[in-house]
Design a protein. Structure first.
Length: 426
């Protein structure tokens, strides 16, 4: 008897077949259900496309002056290979929320990027939202009236939704053993997805340029340089006009000569005045007075010219002081501008070490679903799942399955076995 029991317990093939047929209905239902689910998923009308592009981070070129230079005297160039930290930084820039939101906003504003509703959105979510919207508005209006609150302006959350969606579907990966960053984006429209990813790569390069090239700073110094140059030229024109208006090419020298001439004329006039008492004759007096009158006219003109030259000198001093200050400021900002341009050229070489290795192109096949792969894999998975659940059910069923178990556990003989036909039919 014991030999018979041991034979049954060790006959695993018989046990496997017995359990399979004992739970065949459950196994069949699970397998058929999973097969139908696999077919439905494989034949979904909405497909997902996986779009990808690549960015390469090149070695940085550093100019380094060394004792050993080329025969032409050019400093030797040293190349610094990118580190893992550099690649991770570029990946973070690619996935930054600010950059994603900028790309989404630009394409959405032009009507080139939007979410395409799926079957669940079209048949379930949108009707529910449409039905709930009036009730929501009524409740909000009642609460505002109750607490005397101003109704809040409705915000367009489309950009936020699109940005959140892109953040979830946009991934970056550093390819092992290389300086290449693979950027992947999953979307339901291949053409729209390609447009978005390529635009995103362009914005990424522009963002790196903004981070490394301080255009606002260089524009500031250029603007200051141009302003002081324009002011310098304006002051020079004003100085030239002043000299032309008063007919003075060299006011300082002319003022000295005019003062000497004025001194001589005064001496002449004084000598003539001293001769007046000595002249008795009327005719001689008349001649002296005429000469003195002419000298007085010349003295008046000379005094007027002296006043003009003094005015010119005073204005020239002010103009010269401002011209010197403006010239100094112009040269200062010019040097600053040239220094920044030199630094910007150095930074431009750093910017150029990152390039788009491969732009996104529409793939030939969607990433999901793939019927040729999913259907066989789904059928095998369904069969294994059905068998597993069938055997789990058998494991937790502690009833007697055959007569040998009665002999083993109850130690009583089995005279006969009768099949339950009603149970088999059911």
């Amino acid at each position: 008897m014991n030999n018979s029991v041991d034979t049954v317990e060790n006959n695993y093939i018989r046990e496997f077949v017995r359990i399979f047929f004992a739970n065949r209905k459950l196994i069949r239902r699970i397998f058929v259900g999973f097969a139908i689910f696999t077919l439905l998923v494989s034949l979904l009308p909405q497909k997902w496309w996986e779009l990808s592009g690549q960015v390469i981070v090149l070695s940085k070129k550093l100019s380094q002056s060394t004792e050993t230079e080329s025969m032409y005297g050019t400093p030797a160039a040293r190349y610094l290979p990118p580190e893992l930290q550099d690649l991770e930084t570029e990946s973070n820039i690619l996935r930054s929320q600010e950059l994603i939101r900028k790309t989404v906003s630009e394409l959405h504003a032009s009507g080139e990027f939007y979410l395409q509703p799926g079957l669940i959105d079209t048949w379930v979510l949108e009707p529910v939202k449409t039905a709930i919207a009036p009730i929501k508005d009524q409740i909000t209006s009642t609460i505002n009236d109750l607490f005397d609150k101003e109704p809040e302006e409705e915000k367009d959350s489309t950009i936020d939704e699109l940005s959140e969606f892109v953040s979830e579907e946009l991934t970056t990966e550093i390819l092992p053993g290389s300086n290449v960053i693979l950027i992947t984006f999953k979307f339901t429209d291949p053409d729209m997805g390609v447009m978005f990813l390529n635009k995103h790569l362009d914005n990424y390069l522009e963002k790196r340029r903004e981070l490394l090239l301080d255009e606002a700073n260089i524009d500031f110094f250029l603007d200051k340089k141009n302003r002081f140059q324009a002011r310098f030229e304006e002051l020079e024109r004003e100085k030239t006009k002043l000299l032309n208006d008063y007919g003075a090419t060299d006011p300082d020298r002319e003022l000295t000569l005019t003062m000497d001439q004025l001194f001589d004329e005064k001496n002449k006039r004084n000598l003539l005045r001293d001769l007046i008492p000595e002249k008795r004759k009327t005719q001689e007096l008349r001649v002296l007075k005429a000469q003195i009158s002419i000298i007085d006219e010349r003295l008046e003109l000379l005094n007027k010219r002296v006043s003009e030259l003094n005015e010119v000198e005073s204005r020239l001093v002010r103009l010269s002081t401002e011209i010197d200050a403006v010239r100094e400021a112009y040269f200062t900002y010019s040097r600053k501008y040239e220094d920044i341009r030199t630094q910007e050229n150095e930074n431009a070489r750093i910017v150029s070490n990152v390039k788009v290795l491969e732009h996104a192109t529409p793939p030939l096949k969607p990433a999901f679903p793939r019927p040729k792969l999913m259907i066989p894999l789904g059928l095998v998975t369904g069969l294994l799942l059905a068998l597993s659940l069938g055997y789990i059910r058998e494991f937790f069923d502690h009833g007697f399955k055959h007569q040998d178990q009665i002999i083993k556990y109850l130690d009583i003989p089995v005279i006969a076995t009768i099949n339950d036909n009603d149970l088999n039919k059911s």
